[in-house]
Design a protein around this ligand. Structure first.
Ligand code: GLN
Length: 607
């Protein structure tokens, strides 16, 4: 029997663990005495995806203190609660090129960035100004929301750092001297030391990193903790300064925003893809976990995950681009209508988009729209396969729609609901959109566009109000006498708008010839299979099947002729060659339907 399949990433992380666990270089941090109690052999790796799957290898559940990794999250909290102007007025964003505990400030006496101790203490000071004695509680709760669970505190590590943290105390007093800190220095330092002593596991770190990768929404709990704006700023300082004086080397070699802590943890957050958390207490001379660094390097190198290593082909965002010559709505039209649509096929253009729309993708779409040849008068853009659009893409789209509307095109957007995030992105409140038509379903949009063309070319005037049985495609070839006979054995039926004429699952005991009005064939789910015009039959599958396979609803007031199968059976006995003719006609109608369906499938696979 085959052993059960495991996702390839499990295997990759396991082999990383196996390869690096033997590396016992580096040393456990000892400048905070309590940290020397860490087990140097511990090694845990966890990776959380933005859809909430968690990989875990080794000691991924072993608790350790978060230390400097907290800095990234407290900076994010400060930006989110106090706004960027306030935060930027006291803390810079320049890499310092120095060790995490450097006492140096910038020329205008600000901490270089929030990832070195000076900047992090200033950040905790800002939270203290905002929340007073409740500062640590707020920080603690926020870290817990990032991890998706309530986190404990290592009181011994806290007490140990508090008792020995004179260098941080010196930094804090220096900040107070320059009015970066305004409050009780000891209270701010207590909040800072405590935030460093929050206990996490590699798994927690992976979830916290994945929350940053997922635009600030925890992929496990769904909690939106910080805005995408704050995420981008936080990842920026992690990129330039997250690994202290190794930051330049890090972005060059690994290229994933990251943050390390002297407790032995590292987080790496790859936007829109994953969060990685590693734990191994032995540190190198920069204060970064030796094995953790290796895992990050291996993951990035093996899969080419450097953030600047991108290779998207924008042309794949258009899955198909066609006009009405290749496709039609599910409304079965009468011959007059079909003739007009064939003639004016170029008037309707449909572009189906796929994938998240980026700036470059939307630029490509806009050039295709502006491109060669006569512009279609009715342009349908289908977004059914587009989950999201960046703000830049939405901006280009709005400008393109405005330009197209100016050039006289009627624009129809399809494939989304008006309460979707996509529509929210497109319809930014501050700009006026041109007049647009909107249909949640592409098929409805195509039908509406067809109606516009038919109407403009007088097609509806040419349509018979009530059709005679002799016009029925199913009865083509029958003599007037034979048709009269069928008319005599059928029953005239009338239905009101919205009435159900046929119910799926019922025995199929008759067929109907539509003479006036319109009906739609629908699945019980409500999905429309076809709309039928006068001159066509419905329920005709009763000639082959014993049970109704779909519902038929009256879209308008309907008049039709119902032909019971038992009456038709005796008619066929007297006119056997008629029975054969009707079956041939049915086969030819079904063949046409199949050809149309094939054309649609072909259009979508041609790209
Ligand atoms: N609490 C530690 C300190 O302030 C955090 C340092 C770190 O993790 N790099 O020194």
């Amino acid at each position: 029997m085959a052993s059960s399949f495991v996702p390839p990433l499990t295997g990759f992380l396991r082999s990383c663990h196996q390869e690096f666990v033997v590396d016992d270089s580096g040393a456990v941090a000892d400048y905070i005495p309590e940290l020397t109690r860490a087990n140097p052999a511990h090694f845990g790796v966890s990776l959380a995806t933005i859809d909430g799957y968690i990989y875990e290898v080794g000691d991924s559940a072993a608790p350790f203190t978060i230390q400097s990794i907290s800095k990234a999250f407290v900076f994010a909290l400060a930006l989110e609660t106090l706004g960027h102007e306030r935060v930027e007025s006291v803390i810079g964003v320049e890499p310092s090129g120095e060790a995490f505990n450097s006492i140096r400030l910038t020329g205008d006496n600000k901490p270089f960035n929030p990832m070195v101790n000076a900047g992090a203490i200033a950040c905790s000071g800002l939270i203290y100004q905002h929340a007073g004695e409740g500062a640590f509680d707020l920080i603690h709760r926020t870290l817990g929301r990032f991890a998706g669970r309530k986190l404990d505190i290592d009181e011994a590590v806290f007490a140990s750092e508090r008792a020995t943290g004179d260098r941080n105390r010196a930094i804090a007093w220096l900040l107070r001297n320059y009015s970066v800190l305004r409050d009780d220095v000891d209270a701010v330092l207590d909040a800072y030391f405590r935030q460093c002593a929050v206990l996490v596991t590699a798994r927690d770190l992976a979830v916290m990193a994945a929350t940053l990768a997922n635009s600030g929404r925890n992929p496990l709990t769904g909690d939106q903790i910080i805005s995408p704006y704050v995420v981008a700023r936080t990842l920026s300082v992690m990129t330039s300064s997250g690994m202290y004086d190794y930051a330049g080397e890090w972005i060059y070699r690994v290229g994933i925003p990251a943050k390390s802590g002297v407790g032995g943890g590292i987080i790496a957050a790859l936007p829109a893809q994953l969060g990685l958390g590693t734990f191994s207490p032995r540190l190198d001379s920069h204060g970064n976990s030796v094995r953790g660094l290796k895992v990050c390097e291996a993951l990035s190198a093996h899969f080419g995950l450097h953030v600047l290593n991108r290779s998207d082909d924008v042309r794949t965002c258009i899955i198909s681009d066609y006009n009405a010559a290749g496709i039609s709505s599910r409304r079965n039209r009468q011959n007059v209508e079909l003739a007009i649509l064939q003639e004016r096929a170029g008037d309707i253009r449909v572009i189906e988009l796929v994938g998240a729309l980026s700036f470059a993708a939307m630029d490509y779409v806009s050039r295709r729209l502006a491109g060669e040849g006569r512009q279609a008068e009715l342009l349908i853009l289908d977004f059914r396969r587009v989950p999201s659009a960046t703000a830049a893409a939405a901006r280009l789209l709005r400008a393109a729609l405005a330009g197209l509307a100016d050039s006289g095109a009627k624009i129809i957007l399809a494939g989304f609901e008006k309460d979707s995030p996509l529509w929210e992105a497109i319809n930014a409140a501050d700009v006026a959109l041109p007049k647009l038509h909107h249909f949640p379903l592409l098929d409805d949009a195509i039908e509406w566009a067809e109606d516009q063309v038919i109407y403009r070319f007088g097609g509806f005037e040419g349509l018979a109000k009530t059709t005679h049985l002799s016009e029925q495609a199913l009865l083509a070839g029958l003599t007037p006498d034979e048709i009269d006979h069928i008319a005599a054995i059928g029953f005239a039926r009338a239905f009101k708008t919205g009435e159900r004429i046929i119910a799926a699952g019922d025995p199929a005991a008759s067929l109907f010839f539509l003479q006036c009005g319109m009906v739609s064939v629908k699945l019980p789910s409500g999905a429309r299979l076809a709309t039928i015009s006068p001159g066509m039959a419905f329920g005709e599958m009763a000639l082959i099947e014993r049970e109704r396979s779909a519902d038929v609803w009256a879209d308008t007031v309907v008049q039709c002729l119902e032909l019971p199968l038992n009456a038709y059976a005796s008619f066929r006995k007297s006119y056997p060659e008629c029975g054969e003719l009707v079956m041939r006609n049915l086969a030819s109608l079904l063949a046409k339907r199949l050809m149309l369906a094939n054309a649609k499938v072909d259009l979508l696979s041609a790209y």
